[in-house]
Ligand binder design. Structure first.
Ligand SMILES: Nc1ncnc2c1ncn2[C@@H]1O[C@H](COP(=O)(O)OP(=O)(O)OP(=O)(O)O)[C@@H](O)[C@H]1O
Ligand SMILES: [Mg+2]
Length: 382
C-alpha cells in the first residue's frame, strides 16, 4: 500500500468492532453497496448483531448473501462461521413504505394520514422529489436505531449524482416542507382550492383547470387537499431531521467514503471528506475500491522492452511480446492509479485508507465478499 503521511494505511477493524452506525458513501458505481455488504459480514464476524440496510443491491450481490428477496423487513443471512451471538441481517430500503410510516407518525390525525397517503400529488411527490431517497434512508436508519435491536447498522447510500447530495438531503427536504410556496398554499382560502389562481397567476390556473379536465385529474383539489393535510406536520419533520443529524454526529456513527481510482470519483471523495469535517461528522476512512494490484518491478520496463524487441518473428514470439507489452500496460495503469489517488487526497487527513483490489469477476459469491471483508479489516490484499 502506498500510504503517505496524510493517508495512513490502515483498516476498519476497530470501526467494525465498535461503531454503531457505518455509512458507505461515494460516487455512483464505485462499490458502496458491495462495501456495505462486506462491512456487514465483517461486523457479524466480529461478534455483533449486524444489519445491512442496502439500496438496490445488484442481483448477484443479493445472491452472494443468499438473500434474493430483500425488502423492507430485515432477513437473516445464513452464516456458518460466526461467533455464537453474532448475526447478519440484510434488508432493502423501500422508500414508499418508509415515507408512509413517516406520514403516519407525523400526521395530526389518522384521517389526515390516510388522506395524504391516498393523494395523487403525494404518490408522485414521494417518489420523485429530489433527495427523497436519501432522506428516507436516513429516516429508516433512525427507526432501526430506535428499535435498539442492532449492535451495528451498516447503511448503504443511493446512487446520487453527487455524494454530497446525500448530506444535503435532510436540509433540502425540510426547506421544501417549510417553503414559502407551501406556506402560502396553506392559507385556508387557498387550501380550499379557491385562491390558487391568484397565487400562481390566472394563466397557470386556467391551464391547470384545462389539464384537470383533459387528464381527468382534479389537480387543484388534490393540491389543496395535499397541502391542507400536511398542515401541522412541519415541526415533526424538522424535529426528525434534527434527530437524524444528532445520530449521525455521534462519534459512534462513521462514514466510509468509497472511491474508485479515477480522478472524478476521487475528487468527489475529497469533497465529501472535507464536508464531513465541516459538518462535525466522523470519517472512518476512505476505501479505494477496484484498484489494480501493483505489478512487481521485476522484470523491469527496460528488460521487457529488450525482450519485446528481440523476439523471433513467429507466432510464439508475437504472443510473448504481446503478453509482455500487456504487463507493461497494467503496471503503468497501477502506478497511474496510485498517483491519482495520492494527488486527489493530498493534504486530506483520513483515519485510514484501504486499497481493495479489483477482483477478477464482479462480486458474485460469498468468497468474493469475504475477500473484501478481510481486506477492509486487515488492510491487506487477499
Ligand atoms: N473490488 C471489486 N472487484 C471487482 N468488482 C467489484 C468490486 N467492487 C465492486 N465490484 C462490482 O462493481 C459493481 C458495482 O458495485 P456496487 O453495486 O457495489 O456499486 P455502488 O457504488 O453501490 O453503485 P450505485 O452507485 O449504482 O449504487 C458490481 O457489479 C460489483 O460486483
Ligand atoms: Mg449501490
Amino acid at each position: 500500500m502506498s500510504a503517505t503521511p496524510d493517508q495512513p494505511a490502515g483498516d476498519l477493524a476497530a470501526d467494525v468492532a465498535d461503531a454503531h452506525v457505518l455509512v458507505t458513501t461515494g460516487a455512483g458505481g464505485v462499490g458502496k453497496t458491495t462495501t456495505a455488504a462486506a462491512l456487514g459480514l465483517a461486523g457479524a464476524r466480529a461478534g455483533r448483531r449486524t444489519l445491512v440496510l442496502t439500496i438496490d443491491p445488484a442481483r448477484r450481490l443479493a445472491q452472494a448473501m443468499d438473500i434474493e428477496h430483500l425488502d423492507d423487513e430485515p432477513r437473516r443471512v445464513d452464516l456458518d462461521d460466526v461467533p455464537e451471538d453474532a448475526e447478519l441481517w440484510a434488508m432493502m430500503l423501500d422508500m414508499q413504505t418508509t415515507f408512509d410510516r413517516l406520514i403516519d407518525r407525523h400526521a395530526t390525525s389518522p384521517q389526515r394520514a390516510a388522506a395524504i397517503k391516498a393523494n395523487r400529488i403525494y404518490r408522485t411527490l414521494s417518489s420523485s422529489l429530489s433527495g427523497t431517497q436519501e432522506y428516507m434512508a436516513m429516516e429508516r436508519l433512525h427507526e432501526l436505531h430506535d428499535s435498539g435491536e442492532w449492535d451495528l447498522l451498516v447503511v448503504d447510500t443511493p446512487p446520487t449524482r453527487s455524494a454530497l447530495d446525500f448530506l444535503d438531503a435532510p436540509k433540502r427536504m425540510t426547506t421544501f416542507l417549510e417553503g414559502r410556496l407551501l406556506q402560502l398554499l396553506l392559507r385556508p382560502s387557498v387550501a380550499a382550492g379557491k385562491g390558487l389562481g391568484r397565487m400562481v397567476g390566472a394563466g397557470a390556473s386556467a391551464f391547470m383547470r384545462v389539464a384537470g379536465r383533459v387528464t381527468g385529474m382534479d389537480l387543484l383539489q388534490d393540491l389543496g387537499e395535499f397541502f391542507r393535510n400536511f398542515e401541522g406536520m412541519y415541526a415533526g419533520f424538522k424535529e426528525r431531521a434534527d434527530q437524524v443529524l444528532t445520530l449521525l454526529q455521534d462519534p459512534s456513527s462513521r462514514f466510509v467514503v468509497v472511491a474508485s481510482p479515477e480522478p472524478p470519483p476521487l475528487r468527489e471523495a475529497r469533497f465529501f471528506l472535507e464536508r464531513l469535517e465541516q459538518e462535525g461528522l466522523h470519517a472512518a476512512g476512505v476505501v479505494i475500491n477496484r484498484i489494480r494490484p501493483e505489478v512487481p518491478q521485476d522484470p523491469s520496463d527496460a528488460s521487457i522492452a529488450r525482450v519485446v524487441a528481440g523476439q523471433p518473428d513467429d507466432a510464439e514470439g508475437e504472443a510473448l511480446a504481446g503478453a509482455l507489452r500487456l504487463l507493461g500496460d497494467v503496471r503503468n495503469l497501477a502506478a497511474r492509479q496510485r498517483r491519482d489517488v495520492a494527488a486527489a487526497l493530498y493534504g486530506v487527513t483520513v483515519p485510514a485508507r484501504i486499497d481493495v483490489p479489483l477482483l477478477g469477476l464482479d462480486v458474485h459469491d460469498r468468497a468474493g465478499l469475504d475477500a473484501i471483508a478481510t481486506t477492509l479489516t486487515t488492510g491487506k490484499a487477499p
